[in-house]
Write a protein that binds this ligand. Sequence first.
Ligand code: NDP
Length: 356
Amino acid sequence: MADQVEKVIIIGSGPAGWTAAIYAARANLTPLVIEGAVTEKNRQMGTTPLGQLALTTEVENFPGFPSGDTRQYLKTSLPEELQPYWVSANKPQPTHGINGPELMELMRQQAKNFGTRVITDDVVKVDFKKKPFEMVTLGGQTLQALTVIIATGARANYLGLPSEDKFKNRGVSACAVCDGALPRFRNKPLVVIGGGDSAIEEASYLSKFATEVAMVVRRDVFRASKIMQDRAKSNPKIKVRWNSAVEEVLGNDKDGVTAVRIKDTKAGKTEDYVASGMFCAIGHTPNTHFLDGQLELNEKGYVKWTTPARTFTSIDGDFASGDVADDYYRQAITAAGTGCMAALDAERYLGHHGLI
Ligand code: NDP
């Protein structure tokens, strides 16, 4: 049993989770954030603490960060003993503004400054039929709360090929920033799959290490924004393969990935492209597995907001914010915005029910 009933538990530690925490803490709700566990499984799935932004490079579109010296704060924002486990510990030095891991560290610090408590663990089971709501963590803790804010985000998709699975961690990845600088990827050709902003971001980052980056795009157009498209087109190391699909990842036990079989679907030709790595950037899946069907999801599997312009879910007292409930905007700033909304919704719910 839990020792105490929390007013607000926030599950997740991306921009939605920390913004919800900042607002809930400033409303004297002393929120508890379950930020995720530092495990190999989470590393592989891309569900480590601090969310997807911890896996990115520069953030150019988060209002308020055109430039500025945030370095001083960053020296103290994470507990020293945990720093080696965070991707951000190996982050590249920014050339301007702020990068994803830094933005998350500062949001975390900001939430803590107002009294947010943080548990570095995963929620693996929930019981939302009970009131107070009950949650069990991977570490075996049972927690209770009057309100819950789900802010667990979404994780990167893979193609689903058996050969891709076989070479995960040995050349197949969905995170260039986490893995791109490894020796196996240096001075060799690499493959990036996808035509969205993420794919171009990954390809641009990898082009610093690779001899060439082949972007495998399934249509004859990018989905990415204009500015990112221009970035890909002006990078001499990025070669786009339009109308193409990866059929198989080739390799062996000793070397890992050695080549990628790419099919030109228009010409009907197949090529074994010699490469030491393949990076998937083909969209995301919301992290809702631990909910075990207790909250209503939309047709794409994202938590359903049941009332327009509110963060309400199908269960009274449970709120959702960020990418776990948003398959459309999926930006750091929109996640932060709905995190704020969820905290205000939780506060109003508690007030309305005479619980604060
Ligand atoms: P997107 O959904 O925007 O793009 C996914 C890409 O992968 C598309 O090109 C899609 O092709 C392709 N794809 C999907 N499934 C497959 C498959 N099975 N095989 C091959 N290709 C596939 O996802 P992103 O992760 O790129 O971006 C998500 C959101 O985050 C967007 O809103 C984006 O703007 C934002 N973002 C912004 C960044 C920035 O501003 N710096 C950086 C990164 C992300 P198709 O087009 O044919 O569907």
